[in-house]
Design a binder for this molecule. Structure first.
Ligand SMILES: Cc1ncc(COP(=O)(O)O)c(C=O)c1O
Length: 382
C-alpha cells in the first residue's frame, strides 16, 4: 500500500529516547523546554511565548478559552477546516460562522473572511491549506484593522513562510500539530504560540491544573511548604512531556530535509501529471511564499472523483480528501451559501505525499491515476 501520509523516524529518535529513559525523567522537563526553545527559534518568536502541549486540538481549545469567547459571540473560520477548530469554538458557547474559500487553493481569501464579519465576530480562525500560506498577511491586516483576534491553525504549516515570516506568527495565537500523520511527528503533540505575554502566562496556568507555580523540586527551593497549591482557577492537564519533546527536537533538525523531499515529490507529480487531460494540478506556490507541501492535490470532474479514488485504492494507493466541509457535517449543519467550498470538496483528491515515497512510488501513483482518469472519462464521466 502506498500511504497518503507516513512518518519518518529512525535511529536518531531511538537514541534520543534511550537517553530520556536513562535520565528517569519522562514528564515535562528539560527536554520539553529545549524543544520549546528550538521551535520558537524556528518560527522566530521568544521562547517564553510557546508552550508544548499534548496535541494541537488541546491548543485550539485553550486558544478559544484564552480569548474569553462565549455565548453570543461569532467566530469565523473556513468550512474547509479540521473539525477540532469548530469544536474548540463551539465548546465555549460561541457560534462557528463558516466562510468560503478560493476553489483552487482551498484557502480563504481576505475577501472571503471580510464578507462574513459582523459586529458579533469576536475571533477568526484560519488554516494554511496543504501548507500553502495563502493570503495570511492580508487576513492578519484585516483582523488587526477591525480589532478581531486571529488564531492560526498552522497544523499543516510547520515550515511555511510568507515573505520570510513563519506561518503561525501573523496572528495573535497559533497551534502546530505533531500528530502521527504530520510532517514533524512526536506521536502526539502540539505547539501553542501566544503573542501577548499576559495571555501566555494565563495559558501556562490553564494548561497545568490552573497552577501558578511549578511543582516538584524547583518549588522546594523557594517555599517551606512546597506541597501547597497556588490554584487561582480551573485548569486542565494538557502539557507535553520529555518523551515526545525529545522526538520533536530530533524531527525539527530533520525538518529541512523532509520539506525538501516533499517539494521534490510535488514537483515530480507536476511533471508526470501535467499532460493528463481532465486533471487540474494544485496552484503553484506564489513568489515569496514557502510551502510545507503537506498536501498534494488534484482536481477532476466531480462525476469521476470518487471512482478515481476507488480505482487507486484497488491499485494499492490510498488517497483522501481533507477537509470535508463543516457546514455539511451533522453537528455543524448550516445553510451557508459556500459555492466554492461545495465545488472544491466534490472535485479535489489528495495524492500520497510524504518524505518516504520512492521515485517508483510516485511513478506508480501517476501511472495509475492516468489509467483511471482515462478509463473513467472514456466511460462517460468528466
Ligand atoms: C488543520 C488541522 N488542525 C488541527 C488538527 C488537530 O491536531 P492534533 O491531532 O494534534 O490534535 C489537525 C489534525 O489532523 C489538522 O489537520
Amino acid at each position: 500500500m502506498i500511504n497518503i501520509f507516513q512518518p519518518s523516524l529512525g535511529q536518531e529518535e531511538l537514541e534520543a529516547l534511550a537517553e530520556v529513559f536513562e535520565s528517569n525523567w519522562l514528564g515535562h522537563g528539560p527536554r520539553t523546554r529545549a524543544f520549546e526553545a528550538e521551535f520558537a527559534d524556528h518560527i522566530g518568536v521568544p521562547a517564553g511565548n510557546v508552550l508544548f502541549l499534548n496535541n494541537a486540538t488541546a491548543g485550539l481549545f485553550l486558544a478559544t478559552e484564552l480569548l474569553g469567547l462565549g455565548p453570543g459571540d461569532d467566530v469565523v473560520l473556513p468550512s474547509v477546516s479540521f473539525v477540532s477548530a469548530a469544536n474548540a469554538i463551539a465548546a465555549t458557547g460561541a457560534r462557528p460562522v463558516f466562510c468560503d474559500i478560493d476553489p483552487r487553493t482551498l484557502n480563504p481569501t481576505a475577501a472571503d473572511i471580510e464578507s462574513v464579519l459582523t459586529p458579533r465576530t469576536k475571533a477568526v480562525v484560519v488554516l494554511h491549506y496543504g501548507g500553502h500560506p495563502g493570503e495570511i498577511r492580508g487576513i492578519a491586516e484585516l483582523c488587526r484593522g477591525r480589532g478581531i483576534p486571529l488564531i492560526e491553525d498552522a497544523a499543516c504549516a510547520v515550515a511555511s513562510r510568507a515573505e520570510g515570516k513563519a506561518c503561525g506568527t501573523f496572528g495573535d495565537l497559533a497551534v502546530w500539530s505533531f500528530d502521527a500523520m504530520k510532517t514533524l511527528v512526536t506521536g502526539d503533540g502540539g505547539m501553542l504560540y501566544v503573542r501577548d505575554d499576559t495571555l501566555m502566562t494565563m495559558a501556562r496556568r490553564l494548561a497545568y491544573h490552573g497552577m501558578g507555580q511549578a511543582s516538584g523540586f524547583s518549588s522546594a527551593r523557594v517555599s517551606a511548604r512546597w506541597w501547597e497549591l497556588d490554584v487561582q482557577g480551573f485548569g486542565q492537564r494538557i502539557i507535553g512531556n520529555d518523551i515526545t519533546a525529545t522526538l520533536g527536537s530530533v524531527q525539527l533538525r530533520k525538518l529541512p530535509r523532509f520539506i525538501d523531499a516533499r517539494r521534490r515529490t510535488a514537483e515530480r507529480y507536476d511533471e508526470l501529471l501535467a499532460d493528463i487531460e481532465g486533471v487540474a494540478l494544485p496552484p503553484g506556490v506564489p513568489e515569496g511564499h514557502i510551502s510545507s507541501h503537506y498536501f498534494y492535490w488534484i482536481q477532476v470532474d466531480r462525476r469521476i472523483r470518487d471512482q478515481v479514488a476507488a480505482d487507486l485504492l484497488d491499485a494499492g494507493i490510498y488517497t483522501t480528501f481533507r477537509y470535508p466541509p463543516l457546514h455539511k457535517v451533522p453537528a455543524y449543519k448550516a445553510s451557508a451559501e459556500l459555492h466554492a467550498t461545495d465545488v472544491a470538496s466534490e472535485v479535489t483528491l489528495l495524492l500520497p505525499l510524504h518524505q518516504g515515497l520512492s521515485d517508483q512510488d510516485v511513478q506508480q501513483v501517476a501511472d495509475e491515476l492516468r489509467k483511471s482518469v482515462g478509463n473513467r472519462r472514456r466511460s462517460g464521466g468528466g
